[in-house]
Ligand binder design. Structure first.
Ligand code: HEM
Length: 527
């Protein structure tokens, strides 16, 4: 018995030593591999200045042309490897995802909450993701079509006759849809208002300079975040005391979850994830919706075709007297293609950030441990090898499916977006009501002004604004970092006009601002 014990111990030690030596040797060999081509720029500063002073599209494109699909650089204080091929993006996000962890600045973690799923890569991430996915699955969303449609219709009504910032209107819409997914129909108007007021203060501070000096956007946001947490705690307490709710919303999934040992999620874990989902859902969907409106307006023929598709549904619903059904939202092929092409063109998440947790070899190059790794979605979406005439808005290109890993507006792999179905549902509902009942016309005019925290740069007739302050921070491109703003008015058409096409008229001047907090350009040039 003793002898067999010793043999086991000896064999284990020998195996451990052998593995250690193999890993060490491999590590040494790996370190001999060349780094990807590219320039690390000046000491400390790297190529940050070039990235910020050039059109970011040009920054990436020129390096891709010079060095190929994988290149190194140094920006915002970090050495980075940028990858612009579908295979490389797949390697980082899917096949070798365990070698790369998500990476965000600390201030973002502080604002959203460290327990939000996108900061994690382990079992905890998998557990939370499963719950989020379940409450955003098509099965769960079926029951929400009517409410989401109602929310879109109400937002349009509140916009009727007013010249408002489109992006702000869309943010309101996506916030309310987020609230619906999280709390179902169980939230009082008073609670909703309290959440909304505090959420928008947090939102304002999210991209600001992280200083706790009283009165700054950041410090206000931190205070508002505390209040959000208190409100969420009260809601959770009430939910736990109540009988089980009939429909399953995200909050009930979180509150009712137990592991094998009967352990529950802690309140702070739930509230961080609720705030996280609200953030992930908001600016992303609002940006895409804003671009969709613009693309439709730029393509009158396409707008007419989308309108025809939507009118057929509108009429079959007794001219809007019956609500949209889930099945109807699944059979809007042209509108769907317009959404897909808008996602491609605007590529509102231009890239994502990961960090190599070990030395990684890719195509004979070394990606050193600790380096930031950025799959460049936007460059893949705008590569003429995969999309002919890529700068042209052409929804018909989605009549055939894109090649694998060439279309990743919602990311890919373990951290890919669980909200893609609800985002599309929101877009379908919004477009349906907009084109069947309203008219708008854009006559845009560039009139950006300079403010103390923002730098404006003219770029092909657009006002591109980015926060200098935010540029001090490394890494993250969280979904909510991007936005497009425009101001215009919509006008409700009369019932008669709904059925006959009303001549389009210009109702106001419009200003496009593309907020690029990291100075990384995320959207296409309106023409
Ligand atoms: C058009 C709208 C949207 C776009 C383009 C978008 C895009 C993305 C992308 C690219 C990622 C992956 C980021 C990465 O890999 O680093 C992501 C993650 C995520 N999105 Fe979305 N998103 C949208 C809407 C939504 C909505 C409506 C929700 C929720 C209701 C949502 C919830 C999330 C969450 C929770 C994650 C983190 C997933 C994880 O880490 O496992 N998103 N989104």
């Amino acid at each position: 018995m003793e002898i067999s014990c010793s043999i086991i111990i000896f064999t284990s030690l020998a195996l451990a030593l052998f593995s250690y030596l193999v890993i060490r040797k491999r590590g040494k060999q790996m370190r001999k591999l060349p780094l990807p081509p590219g320039s690390m720029g000046l000491p400390y500063i790297g190529e940050t200045f070039q990235l910020y002073s050039q059109d970011p599209n040009v920054f990436f494109a020129s390096r891709l042309k010079k060095y190929g699909e994988i290149f190194k650089t140094h920006v915002l204080g970090y050495p980075c490897v940028m990858l612009a091929s579908p295979e490389a993006a797949r390697m980082v996000l899917v096949s070798e995802a365990h070698l790369f962890k998500p990476t965000y600045p600390r201030s973002k973690e502080q604002m959203i909450g460290p327990w939000a799923l996108f900061f994690h890569q382990d079992d905890y991430h998998a557990r939370i993701r499963k719950l989020v996915q379940a409450s955003l699955s098509p099965e769960s969303l079926r029951g929400l079509v009517h409410q989401i449609e109602g929310t879109a219709a109400a937002i349009l009504r509140s916009w009727d006759g007013h010249a408002l910032s489109t992006f702000q209107v869309m943010k309101k819409l996506s916030f309310h849809v987020g609230i619906l997914v999280i709390f179902g129909r169980h939230l009082s108007e008073q609670r909703k208002k309290a959440l909304e007021n505090n959420y928008f203060i947090v939102d304002k501070g999210y991209n600001s300079f992280p200083t706790n000096f009283p009165g700054t956007l950041f410090s206000n946001a931190i205070k508002a975040r505390k209040r959000l947490r208190e409100i969420l705690n009260e809601i959770m307490k009430e939910r736990r005391e109540k009988e089980a709710v009939v429909e399953k919303d995200l909050l009930s999934c979180f509150v009712e979850w137990r592991d094998e040992k009967g352990e529950q999620l802690r309140d702070e874990q739930i509230s961080d994830n609720i705030i996280g989902v609200l953030f992930a859902a908001q600016d992303t969907t609002a940006s895409v919706l804003t671009w969709i409106v613009k693309y439709l307006n730029d393509n009158p023929k396409l707008l007419m075709e989308v309108k025809a598709e939507q009118m057929a549904i509108y009429e079959s619903n007794g001219c809007g007297r019956q609500p949209l059904t889930w099945a109807q939202t699944r059979s809007m092929p042209l509108t769907h293609r317009v959404i897909l092409e808008s996602l491609r063109m605007a590529s509102i998440i231009s890239f994502t950030f990961r960090e190599a947790v070990v030395d990684v070899e890719y195509k004979g190059y070394l990606i050193p441990k600790g380096w930031k790794v950025m799959p460049l979605f936007r460059n893949i979406h705008h590569n003429s090898e995969f999309y002919s005439d890529p700068e042209k808005f052409d929804s018909s290109r989605f009549e055939v499916s894109p090649k694998p890993n060439t279309f990743m507006p919602f990311g890919n792999g373990v951290h890919s977006c669980p909200g893609n179905e609800i985002a599309k549902l929101e877009m379908f509902s919004f477009i349906h009501h907009l084109v069947t009942q309203y008219r708008l016309a854009l006559n845009w005019k560039d009139n950006g002004t300079i403010s103390s925290t923002c730098m404006y740069s003219r770029w092909l007739g657009l006002t591109i604004r980015w926060s200098i302050v935010h540029s001090l921070f490394p890494s993250t491109v969280s979904p909510s970092d991007f936005g497009v703003q425009s101001t215009y008015e919509i006008v409700r058409a009369s019932d008669k006009q709904v059925l006959e096409e009303m001549p389009r008229r210009t109702v106001c001047n419009k200003t496009w601002h593309i907020c690029v907090p990291l100075a990384i350009f995320t959207s296409t040039t309106p023409k």
